[in-house]
Design a protein. Structure first.
Length: 202
């Protein structure tokens, strides 16, 4: 008997968008698009939600009203991908009614638990290839914050790690790192002096 291999259909980004227009997916569906495939994301638990809330509060306190903060909203990477990062800091507060693209992003954050391998092996590489200056993975399995910087040749070349209970803790380290991003962009957040844990993530 001849073996017939199943043919896999790959979508275009336009077809992915039309699935929402046709109400096959809704804005409440946690689905991502990458390299022609549609990825159904698992539901998030209480610890994931709490971490996003704390990171969002940290980011707002660090950036003030000079930057927009996008929480679990779509991010478009050319025609290759449409992701739902847990948090992204955008270069301008005036985003308008458009889906942000990678060139608008200063920093992207992923809270990783069941999605850790996907976040590291797929999303992180896509963010680097798109030239997003900085990407964080808040690893809930190993209880650490990874800061990935220097995107070159399709990957981040530098990584620094902060662990819970080391130095001033993850929240203050996160704030210091956000402030570092703003300084590199030429704008410093008010009250950014005195972040003692900055060296932890440099």
């Amino acid at each position: 008997m001849a073996v017939v291999e199943a043919e896999r259909y790959l979508f275009t980004i336009e077809e992915f968008d039309r699935l929402f227009e046709a109400d096959i997916f809704t804005e409440d569906d946690r689905v991502e698009f990458v390299d022609g495939e549609i990825i159904a994301m698992s539901s998030i638990g209480g610890r994931h939600v709490g971490t996003i809330v704390r990171l969002t509060g940290t980011a707002y306190r660090a950036v003030g009203d000079s930057f927009a903060i996008s929480v679990q909203n779509p991010l478009r990477i050319r025609d290759r991908a449409s992701f739902l990062p847990d948090l992204a800091i955008l270069r301008t507060a005036n985003v308008g009614n458009v889906v942000p693209t990678a060139d608008l992003v200063l920093l992207v954050m992923e809270v990783s638990e069941s999605s850790r391998n996907y976040d590291r092996n797929t999303k992180l590489l896509a963010y680097a290839s798109a030239g997003i200056p900085e990407a964080w993975i808040c690893d809930l399995i190993d209880d650490r914050l990874e800061r990935h910087t220097d995107p070159r040749d399709g990957a981040y070349q530098q990584v620094a790690v902060a662990r819970r209970g080391v130095g001033d803790g993850l929240a203050q380290c996160a704030r210091a790192a956000v402030v570092g991003v703003l300084h590199r962009d030429g704008r410093a957040a008010a009250g950014s002096e005195g972040c003692r844990c900055a060296a932890t993530l440099q």
